[in-house]
Write a protein that binds this ligand. Sequence first.
Ligand code: UGA
Length: 439
Amino acid sequence: MKIGIIGTGYVGLVSTVCFASVGHTLVSIDRRDIIVDSLTRGIPTIYEENMESMLQNTIASKSITFSSDFNALKDCEVVFLAVGTPSLPNGHADLSQVFSAIDSLLPIVSLQTMIAVRSTVPVGTISRIRNYLASQGKQAQMLGFCPEFLREGVAISDFLNPSYLVFASEQKEGCLLLQKVYQPIIDKNPEVKIVCCTTYETAELTKYTINSFLATKITFMNQIAQLAQSSGADMSQLISAIGADRRIGDMFLTPGPGFGGSCFPKDTLSLVKCGISYGVDMSVVEAVNHANERHKEYVASWILEELEKHVYVEGKTIAVWGLTFKAGTDDVRDSAAIKIIRSLLIRNIKVRAYDPKGNQNFQQQVGTPNLVLCSTPIEAIINADALVVLTEWPEFSKVDVSLVKSSMNGTQPFVFDTRGILPLQDFKQQGFITYKFGI
Ligand code: UGA
């Protein structure tokens, strides 16, 4: 099938290379020539595991064309919209990119081409689009919604091995057409659950519900971890017990410095706004957002308070390993590292930070003279008084602990692990004063 995708962010680019890899012919549109040039040369504009090789293979097999010209979408059977829907200052999702893409598309595609929205949108948006199409004389335009459930860092694997797919179309043949696009993936994953929704609102709310439910689960576990820390309970044992309860499940229970990224913060906020629009109380998810922000502050205060029991923190140097909101990505949007590092800088602490993929993006978010971004983990700890781990990159768990010790300042440096990935026993043996949050 000839498929178009508008937008080359995480969702758009992953969808493009994955659909091309299963045999479709893809046209990928981005208005920015610099992005089109880079992708045409096989250089990904985002970091995602296996992206570079898949991009280059699918370009070599002539399965993808990148363009800034919407006319390239002529004759596509389905055009997916994977443009951004960032939060506006008032918390509502900004839908301007969605409507602008539709306006650009309408003069080009026929009524039989399905416009399938893949961007995450507030409940009621696709019905608004249907009404807009009707107002433009295009009431017969094929329309669908196909939310994505991809985790950054493992997005390609999630795309090619889904456990469920959600399609929505109010037109009789709509879901069948979306299923046809996914058929090569469905064939390889016969267990996949396919849910065809008859109203757009069902699929829109499904997407928000999943992300908000997971954000709630993590935030709840972060608060339980605070309580465990204060009371002396062991989180690893607690998680292994509750994870064995099939009604709860063992995923998304790992405490950390607070959730971030481009999805959970935005989608939980947007769900609250949807509740307000429909006059429905969304206080649970509202509380999750507040609790997550307070949790990041809790982690920063915990580090500072523990240090203050031993040293005068002003003027000290702290090394931070991990700046991205999770491992496997270069994305620092709403990363806990932003708030936590700012809390350290405000106390006149010098921060030397390292991330395998996120340094450049972080520099754009928090650039002050007291923050030095380093190109290796060892460079970051030189003469540091304490080390704080904020992202669970596997390379941090494999460090040479004696080298870490000899590079740091003093005979008893401090180490804070907020992700439960360091071999803290080895650090202890080397003379470190160790702290862990959660597991
Ligand atoms: C999330 C969802 O997991 C995807 O299903 C969804 O498609 C995506 O949002 C989206 O809407 O596009 P993502 O934000 O990439 O994916 O990352 P997650 O793996 O869900 O992690 C989100 C945050 O929760 C990270 O900050 C992570 O460190 C944190 N987290 C996750 C924990 O603190 N503990 C956990 O046990 C799991």
